[in-house]
Design a protein around this ligand. Structure first.
Ligand code: FRU
Length: 500
C-alpha cells in the first residue's frame, strides 16, 4: 500500500470508529426506521448513487465525529433491492491537499474496467477554517474495485479558481463521458458547467451549459441532468433566491427546468423553474438510472440553517428521503413517487373502506403510530369540509403535525405549528385540481412525506412528535369528508440486521 493509501485507510477507519462510538449513545425516538441515515453523526446530500456489483450503492455527505456539519466524508450503505440495507464502511475521508477541508458532493459511475469511479469536489478554505477568505474547489477522482475501499487519483478538473465550483455529476452518452457541476461566475451568476472525457481521467472544458435566468441565484448546487422521454430535465439547487409566496420558503430549495439538449449543444430551456418538493426538508437531490431504466432520485432531509433537536440530544442529524421514481407528465411537470419496492416493506393492511366523516368530526385511525404508510382517497365532488386533515403523531398534550388538503387555498399542506419538537412552520404544494384527492403519506419516527395524486406534487418535512402514545386522527372542519378508500400499512425497517 502506498503512503497516501495508508493515510487514507487510517482516516476512514478513524471516522468509522467515531461513528460506531457515537452510535452507542444514539437515541432512537426520532431516528428513521425506513429511511437511510448514518449510524450516528451528521449527513447531508446523497452522493455516488449507482448500481454496482449487483447492489444499489448509496453514499452521502457525512460527518462522523458529531451530529453537526464538519469536515466532510462520504458515508456508505448498500442494498440489493432499495429497501433492505446494510451499512458499509466510511468510504472517503479528507486526506490529500486538494480535499484538505472536505470531500464534498459528487457522483459515481461504473467504468469499462469494471471499477466504480467516484467523482467528488475537493474543498479547501483559503484560511483553513471558514468561507471568510474564500475557498478553492476542484473536481477529484477516486476508484474502487469492490465499492468499499477507494483509491484516490487526485484532481481531474482544476478550473479557473472560482469560489463556488462543485458537485460533479458524471454520465455517458455514446462512449463520451460528461461531467456537469455548479459554479458561481465572476459576476456572481449561478451556472452549470460541462466538461467531457473519453478516458475518465482527462477532462476538457466543453461549455457553460446553463445560467440561471434568476439574477439572485449566485450558485447552483448539486446539478443533475438526465433524459425523460425526448426531453432533458436539469435539476439544481439555487443559492440566493428569496422567499416567494408559497415557493422557495426554505433557506435552500431544490428545483428543475425541462428543456432540449444533445451532446455538443447548449441546453434550451422550455419551462420555468419549478420546485421538486414543497416541504421544509428536501434538498440536494441526486438521480441515477436503475438497471431496468427507471430514473430514481434520493433527496436529503435536513437543513443547514435550522437544526433539529436530534442533533442536540440524540447523536444524529439528517436522513435521506425514500427513493423516488421520476417521470414527466404532458405539461412537463416532474412527477416523483416512491419506487414500487417500498411496498415490500408493508405489513398487514388495516382497511377503513369508504365512509363519510360528518360535520366537525374526529375519527381516530390509529392509537399508536408505528412507522407506516397511509393511503387516503377522497371524493371532493361531495366533500365540503374546509380541510381534509390528518393529525399525525397526536399525543395527549394535543401536539401533532397536521397534514392534508385545504379547499380554500387549494393546496396540500404540512402544518407544524403544533409539532411536539423542533422547527415549526407551514408548507403547501398546489393541488392539481379535479374531484379526486389521493394522498399517500409515509410516516417515519421523525418525518412525513406526502405524495399528491400519484406524485404530481410532494411535501417532505421533519416532524418530531412528543413521547407517549402517538395517534393518527382524521378531522373534518365545518363540513363533511367523503372517503372512497383509507388503508394503512405498517412499514418494516430497511436495516437488514434489525428485521425480526
Ligand atoms: C449542498 C452542499 C454541496 C456541497 C456539500 C457540502 O448541500 O453544500 O454543494 O458539495 O453540500 O457538504
Amino acid at each position: 500500500m502506498s503512503d497516501a493509501a495508508a493515510v487514507h485507510a487510517e482516516l476512514v477507519e478513524r471516522a468509522e470508529q467515531a461513528a460506531m462510538k457515537l452510535e452507542k449513545e444514539r437515541n432512537n425516538r426520532w431516528y428513521p426506521s425506513f429511511h437511510v441515515a448514518a449510524r450516528s453523526g451528521w449527513i447531508n446530500d446523497p452522493n455516488g448513487l449507482s448500481f454496482f456489483n449487483g447492489r444499489y450503492q448509496v453514499f452521502y455527505q457525512h460527518h462522523a465525529y458529531s451530529a453537526y456539519w464538519g469536515p466532510m466524508h462520504w458515508g456508505h450503505v448498500s442494498s440489493e433491492d432499495m429497501v433492505t440495507f446494510r451499512r458499509e464502511h466510511v468510504a472517503l475521508a479528507p486526506s490529500i491537499e486538494a480535499d484538505r477541508d472536505g470531500v464534498f458532493s459528487g457522483s459515481a459511475v461504473v467504468g469499462d474496467d469494471g471499477k466504480l469511479y467516484a467523482y467528488y469536489t475537493g474543498h479547501r478554505w483559503n484560511n483553513m477554517f471558514n468561507d471568510d477568505d474564500g475557498a478553492l474547489q476542484v473536481q477529484c477522482l477516486a476508484t474502487s474495485e469492490d465499492g468499499v475501499v477507494f483509491t484516490k487519483h487526485g484532481v481531474v478538473v482544476e478550473g479557473p479558481g472560482l469560489k463556488h465550483f462543485r458537485d460533479p455529476k458524471v454520465f455517458r452518452i455514446d462512449g463520451i463521458w460528461y461531467m456537469i457541476f455548479g459554479a458561481c461566475s465572476e459576476d456572481n451568476r449561478g451556472q452549470v458547467w460541462m466538461y467531457t472525457s473519453t478516458d475518465m481521467f482527462n477532462w476538457e472544458f466543453d461549455r457553460i451549459l446553463f445560467e440561471d435566468p434568476n439574477p439572485d441565484a449566485f450558485m447552483l448546487e448539486c446539478p443533475d441532468i438526465f433524459p425523460l422521454g425526448d426531453k432533458w430535465v436539469l435539476i439544481y439547487c439555487p443559492m440566493g433566491p428569496r422567499k416567494d409566496a408559497y415557493q422557495a420558503r426554505n433557506s435552500h430549495n431544490a428545483g428543475y427546468v425541462v428543456g432540449d439538449w444533445a451532446p455538443g449543444e447548449d441546453f434550451k430551456q422550455l419551462t420555468d423553474y419549478r420546485l421538486i418538493d414543497w416541504g421544509h426538508n428536501f434538498y440536494a437531490p441526486q438521480t441515477f438510472e436503475a438497471p431496468d431504466g427507471r430514473r430514481i432520485c434520493y433527496g436529503w432531509m435536513g437543513s443547514f440553517t435550522i437544526g433539529t433537536p436530534s442533533q442536540e440530544t440524540d447523536g444524529w442529524g439528517g436522513q435521506l428521503t425514500v427513493p423516488r421514481e421520476l417521470s414527466l407528465d404532458e405539461d412537463l411537470n416532474l412527477i416523483n413517487y416512491p419506487v414500487a419496492e417500498i411496498e415490500k416493506l408493508r405489513g398487514e393492511k388495516t382497511e377503513f373502506g369508504s365512509f363519510v366523516l360528518g360535520l366537525n368530526q374526529d375519527k381516530v385511525l390509529l392509537e399508536q403510530t408505528p412507522p407506516c404508510e397511509i393511503l387516503l382517497d377522497v371524493d371532493l365532488s361531495v366533500t365540503d369540509s374546509e380541510r381534509v386533515g390528518l393529525k399525525i403523531g397526536l399525543t395527549e398534550d394535543g401536539s401533532h403535525t397536521y397534514v392534508g388538503y385545504d379547499s380554500l387555498a387549494e393546496r396540500i399542506f404540512v402544518d407544524r405549528r403544533l409539532v411536539g419538537n423542533g422547527d415549526r412552520g407551514y408548507r403547501a404544494a398546489p393541488f392539481p385540481g379535479g374531484d379526486k384527492l389521493s394522498l399517500r403519506i409515509l410516516i417515519d419516527r421523525g418525518s412525513v412525506e406526502v405524495f399528491v395524486n400519484g406524485g404530481v406534487q410532494s411535501v417532505t418535512s421533519f416532524a418530531f412528535p412528543n413521547a407517549g402514545d402517538r395517534a393518527v386522527v382524521l378531522s373534518s372542519e365545518s363540513g363533511s369528508i367523503t372517503v372512497d378508500r383509507l388503508d394503512i400499512y405498517p412499514l418494516d425497517t430497511i436495516w437488514e440486521d434489525e428485521r425480526q
